[in-house]
Structure formats: C-alpha cells, structure tokens
Design a protein around this ligand. Structure first.
Ligand SMILES: [Cu+2]
Length: 303
C-alpha cells in the first residue's frame, strides 16, 4: 500500500513537474540580479538536471546558437536579444553587458536604461527538448516609465516606417486567429517594402539571420507572472523553399511577406501586446516593434 502511494505520488509529481531542469543566473558572481545602467556587467547562466543536480552540459544548437537570451523592460520600452557564450568545461553560459563587442550576433548588449527587466534564456537540452528559464533583473539608476501605446491601425493593418542604412522601409503588420479547443492558432504577417524612386516596392533582398528569415518575440502588456505571456516565433525568408536535400529551391514569384505562427494555449493575456520582429537587411539587423491589440477570449474550453 505504501509503495502504491509513493508510486502514485511520484507519477503525479512528474506529470505536474513544470520542468526537468532548473536555470541559475548570476550577475558579477551574485545571485541577486542587480546592475547599474550603462555599467559593465557579466551575466552567467547555467542549468542543472532536477533528478541529480548535475550541471547540464549537452545542448543542441537552436537557430544557430546554443542559447538565446532576451531582456525586456517591464514597460516594454527596451528589448535586447543576445547570445551568451558557452563554456563546455563548466557548462556555464556568460555574456558581458555594456562592453564593446565585435560579434555581430551580439550587437545588442547595451543596457543603459534603468528599471526592472525580465531576463529569459532559451536553450535546447539534448534528449529533453527546448527549455526556457527567466529571472527579474534590476537595472539601477534614474528609471523612467513609458505607457504602452497602441500603434494606429487601419482595416486591421498596422503600417509603420523605419529607417535603414539603405533608406526607408515600411512594414504592414497584421494577425489572424483560428480558434481551437482551449487554444488559438495565431498567424501574424509582416509585409515589408522599400522606398525607391518615389515608390514603395517589395523588399525582396532579406538575408537569413541565425538560420531564419526573421525572429520575433511577442509579449502581452502584463507579461510577467506564471505562465509568462511570451512567444518566440520565427519566419522563413519569403520565397525560399528547402528541398529534401536541404538545398534552396527558388519558388517564384517572390513576395515580401514574413509569416509567423503561434499556438496560444491561453498564455497570452487579452489587451495590448508588443512584438519585436528582427530582420537582416543588407548586412545589418533591424528590430521592428509593433504594438497591437489581441483577444483570445473566444477560444472555447468546453470541448
Ligand atoms: Cu537568438
């Protein structure tokens, strides 16, 4: 009987276990994540296996990197997407903040605005799958707070212009929803155009960054909490189709629409949302933010 109870308890606890690994974070060697705005700091992250507390050392490359780290300020005014370096001997990832870098994939390592940030680390543990851990980071200094403002929308489309080193580009952002049973399939689209000779033309020459045509992070206005209202989505370069040998097939006609999909299992919170879409255009990375309204209350739970 006792054995049965324990077996039952054990199976219940595994069924409800949030994760099989635990993330650990330090800044400048301290567990309390505090740093001064604009001052150099070193973030360290490592994971341990819950079953034996051993440091995880086997990771798989995911979108070109072993770890993707995202920092978002709680008022959504700051967004950083960086890639800590892995030390296979210690199993620890580390990343210097506010120090000059020559690594183009870590161009975004400046944290100069004070306030509370959510720090999220995405990895793929070999044999287990994708895991994400997060922790609050306090950036000390004179903190300001912005109010999240919806971008103007017309016929369901948000249109925004951005400046690049080759001239202005324009993005049309839209999303559609398909309601499922306790979930919502969200299709988000970004159509990109460039301004040339007085006309807006499709922006055809996107390049892959970290093996994808675009990376995006979507959070709800109040994204902190459990579960965190956070989605990490990718899009392929429009027009590129990979055949079974991994070769690119040019399947014209080319368009300039980046398509992102997310299965919202009711983790996003209805209301204002912010998405940062990152593209590589003529050798440089651009972060294109959009603030939109989203509602998932139409998903049925009785099915
Ligand atoms: Cu990344």
């Amino acid at each position: 009987m006792k054995l049965l109870m324990w077996t039952l308890l054990f199976s219940l606890s595994t069924a409800f276990a949030m994760s099989d690994v635990t993330g650990h974070f330090t800044i400048n060697g301290k567990k309390k994540l505090m740093m001064k705005a604009g001052m150099p700091a070193v973030i360290e992250v490592w994971f341990t296996h819950n079953e034996n507390n051993e440091v995880v050392k086997d990771y798989k490359v995911m979108h070109g990197k072993l770890m993707h780290m995202v920092l978002i300020k709680n008022d959504h005014s700051e967004f950083k997407h960086i890639h800590p370096y892995f030390d296979p001997v210690t199993g620890r990832f580390s990343m210097a903040i506010n120090l000059p870098h020559s690594d183009p994939d870590n161009f975004d390592n400046q944290v100069t605005e004070a306030g509370m940030y959510m720090l999220m680390a995405d990895v793929e543990v070999k044999g287990k799958g994708m895991r994400m851990e997060h922790k609050m980071l306090h950036v000390m200094g004179q903190a300001s707070r912005e109010v999240l403002q919806l971008d103007p929308i017309a016929n369901g489309i948000i249109t925004k212009e951005f400046m690049t080193h080759t001239g202005p580009i324009r993005g049309h952002f839209t999303h559609t929803k398909t309601y499922g049973c306790g979930n919502v399939l969200v299709d988000a689209e970004l159509t990109l155009e460039k301004f040339e000779n007085g006309n807006w033309l499709p922006l055809g020459e996107l390049e892959n960054w970290l093996s994808m045509g675009a990376h995006s992070i979507w959070v709800s206005e109040k994204f902190m909490g459990m579960p965190m209202s956070y989605a990490h989505m990718h899009a392929k370069i429009p027009g590129i189709i990979i055949d079974e040998n991994g070769d690119e097939i040019d399947e014209g006609p080319w368009d300039s629409v980046l398509r992102f999909n997310f299965n919202d299992q009711m983790i996003m919170k209805s209301g204002k949302q912010k998405i940062w879409i990152q593209i590589k255009h003529q050798g440089l990375i651009y972060t294109l933010p959009f603030v939109f309204s989203y509602n998932n209350s139409g998903a049925t739970t009785s099915c």
